[in-house]
Design a protein around this ligand. Structure first.
Ligand SMILES: Cc1ncc(COP(=O)(O)O)c(C=O)c1O
Length: 285
């Protein structure tokens, strides 16, 4: 529930948000949604026909909600016991955005047995191409050769140009230590957002995220928030940020989401925080 798995038909069917499904019926059958970070709910939803469990490491569209370490380890155990595939959608939260290659590595840092955790499949895109369009998925042996060459594809699938770009991006990420950058500048940005939340409790009530994937939860019914009141608070807040010169997008109706480039410098994070504060201070006045 509250997941987002993209706009392919099966991705729409997998997604746990009604608004995404509208207009795309009939749904690809066989998907069931359960509350996130709730192992008991997942266990209760299994049937003898269940083949796989699919989750985001950090729910993006759903409001920047990281999986808990207990949830990840519990799902792995459940999948091993019941012989199910554990699939992770790392399209938004993966590829170094969290400060590690995949978000589950960051979430499980320092957790006993955490470094041994592996899902059975991982989908990747977004930061994979550094802005150039490419998506990919990784599948663990012994499933890796279930799809042979030619058994699935798309016009742009396997494009040599996109693959060359993604390899170059990987070089740049290593050379410029962008995983560490995401962690450190992300930490700086997050603590700045937390300070803003403390200073303006009437606007922001909660800050969360990992690395350079962050969100602030807006207080319900902010009195001075301009814009069309049929629109969500987050989209009206986003319009104010855009007008101030900062690109950010809503996640759900109440969360302002920040996904800056992985090479964001601390001085740029500081500039961004100032822009956010200029908007927040006006609303709080
Ligand atoms: C978690 C997640 N999965 C998948 C997608 C996109 O998938 P597609 O390109 O198939 O629409 C997104 C895009 O925002 C996403 O956040």
């Amino acid at each position: 529930m509250n997941s987002f798995h993209g706009r392919t038909l099966a991705g729409i069917a997998a997604t746990g948000q009604e608004k995404v499904k509208k207009g795309f019926e009939p749904q690809v059958p066989g998907f069931r949604q359960v509350p996130y970070n709730d192992l008991a709910a997942m266990r209760a939803a299994l049937s003898p026909a269940t083949a796989a469990i699919l989750i985001e490491g950090i729910q993006g569209e759903g409001g920047i909600i990281p999986a808990t370490p207990e949830y990840l380890l519990g799902l792995r155990q459940l999948c091993d016991q019941k012989k199910l595939l554990l699939l992770m959608d790392e399209v938004q939260c993966g590829h170094f955005r969290s400060g590690r290659f995949q978000s589950f590595q960051r979430i499980l840092e320092g957790v006993p047995e955490g470094e041994k955790f592996l899902p059975d499949g991982i989908s990747m895109a977004k930061s994979l191409g550094g802005g150039f369009p490419i998506g990919a998925f990784w599948v663990r042996a012994p499933y890796a050769d279930l799809l042979g060459a030619g058994s699935h594809g798309s016009t742009y699938g396997g494009s040599p140009l996109a693959c060359a770009v993604a390899l170059k991006i990987l070089d740049v990420i290593h050379r410029e230590k962008l995983a560490d950058n995401a962690r450190h500048v992300g930490g700086y940005f997050k603590s700045g957002l937390e300070q803003l939340a403390q200073k303006y409790p009437g606007i922001s009530q909660n800050v969360r995220g990992l690395g350079l994937m962050m969100g602030i939860e807006l207080v319900p019914n902010i009195p001075n928030l301009p814009g069309d009141s049929s629109k969500t608070q987050a989209s009206r807040f986003a319009n104010l940020l855009h007008a101030a010169g900062l690109l950010a997008i809503p996640a759900g109706g109440q969360i302002m989401r920040f996904l800056p480039p992985l090479n964001l410098q601390q001085s740029e994070a500081e500039e961004g925080l100032k822009l956010i504060e200029s908007v927040v201070a006006k609303l709080a006045a």
